[in-house]
Ligand binder design. Structure first.
Ligand code: OGA
Ligand code: MN
Length: 319
């Protein structure tokens, strides 16, 4: 599909016209994949990217929040070079890491996989469901972008879904938007999205979200590039809104989460080998469905450094 054949289903989508313009300038096509978020980029060799092409890709990411490149044929060194154009690459996360370096010639790449060698996993996260989350929200300066490059995929299962957190925010009633913009959220650091304990917290026996350790970020954050407001929810497990009773916090979080991950707000990526998907953690959440018993999956992963989330309201209530 070239730029003049943009799927008419997306004609009404805000930003679609910009995609066409971008495409005509450089022969890159940027075609929305759903009316929630996401676009597929074609017509570019990521190992030989010009500055102009990269600029168009960065703008497309800012607009569509998730970009998919198919059949990339990228080696891990070129993958690292591509990722580094967006910003500093974060070293592999020590909170899950079972090996210091996975790929000697591309030491910043980590592996997300259920593949085992000599009975030991070659990567992280196995084959189970990964509940909705946004990467590193439980740190003071969460990562900006995450990129997964599919090296091996099961015949079915293991899809990754993305939710648009601008839309999630904009879809809420005005009074609720206003209330949320005044609130903060504690993102507990001791447990993962599934409720399992992270390494280093094995001896902690806290099951009250109010007591779990972790950073506090605004519930509504302003994206540093777009200037738009997005809901910032992190993980549902263990989240707590300081200043509310636990019951009030749970009720409000349940209400907001239901809106955020509603089907109108979500697109799901069904993986093929060679797919590279880049997403912006500052305006999206993601989840992975289980693929237990469905085969082997191996993703190579890079993330870029982000910033401390900034709230929509200059001085939200401090508790
Ligand atoms: C991640 C992640 C999802 C997947 O790497 O941050 O959530 O589909 N991965 O493997
Ligand atoms: Mn993730």
């Amino acid at each position: 599909m070239n730029s003049s054949q943009v799927d008419s289903r997306f004609d009404n989508r805000e930003g679609a016209a910009v995609s066409v313009q971008i495409a005509e300038k450089s022969k890159i096509s940027v075609i929305p994949v759903s009316d929630a978020l996401g676009a597929e980029v074609t017509g570019v060799d990521l190992a030989k990217l010009t500055d102009d092409q990269f600029d168009l890709i960065r703008k497309a990411l800012n607009e569509h929040l998730v970009l998919r490149f198919r059949a990339t044929n990228l080696g891990d060194v070129d993958f690292t070079h591509f990722a580094a154009r967006f910003g500093d690459i974060l070293p592999s996360p020590s909170y899950t890491r079972s090996r210091p370096v996975y790929i000697p010639e591309a030491p910043l790449v980590t592996v997300i996989s259920n593949v085992t060698e000599d009975g030991k996993p070659v990567g992280e996260h196995g084959d189970g469901e990964l509940h909705w989350h946004t990467d590193l929200a439980f740190t003071e300066t969460p990562s900006a972008l995450t990129m997964l490059l599919a090296r091996e995929v099961p015949p079915a299962g293991g899809n990754t879904s993305f939710a648009n957190m601008y839309r999630a925010y904009e879809g809420l009633p005005a009074d609720l938007r206003k209330r949320l913009s005044m609130l903060k959220l504690k993102h507990q650091a001791s447990h993962n999205a599934q409720g399992g304990k992270r390494p280093g917290y094995a001896h902690l026996n806290i099951d009250d979200p109010r007591e779990m350790p972790g950073p506090i970020h605004p519930m509504v954050r302003v994206h540093p590039l777009s200037g738009r407001a997005a809901l910032y929810l992190g993980r549902r497990f263990g989240a707590y809104i300081p200043g509310l009773t636990l019951a009030e916090s749970e009720a409000l979080l349940n209400e907001v989460w239901a809106q955020a991950i509603g089907p109108a707000n979500v697109w799901s990526q069904s993986w093929q080998v060679g797919d590279l998907v880049v997403w912006d953690n500052r305006a999206t959440m993601h989840r992975r469905e289980s693929f237990k018993g469905q085969g082997l999956r191996r993703m190579h992963r890079l993330t870029t450094r982000g910033e401390r989330p900034v709230g929509l309201v200059a001085d939200p209530v401090e508790f």
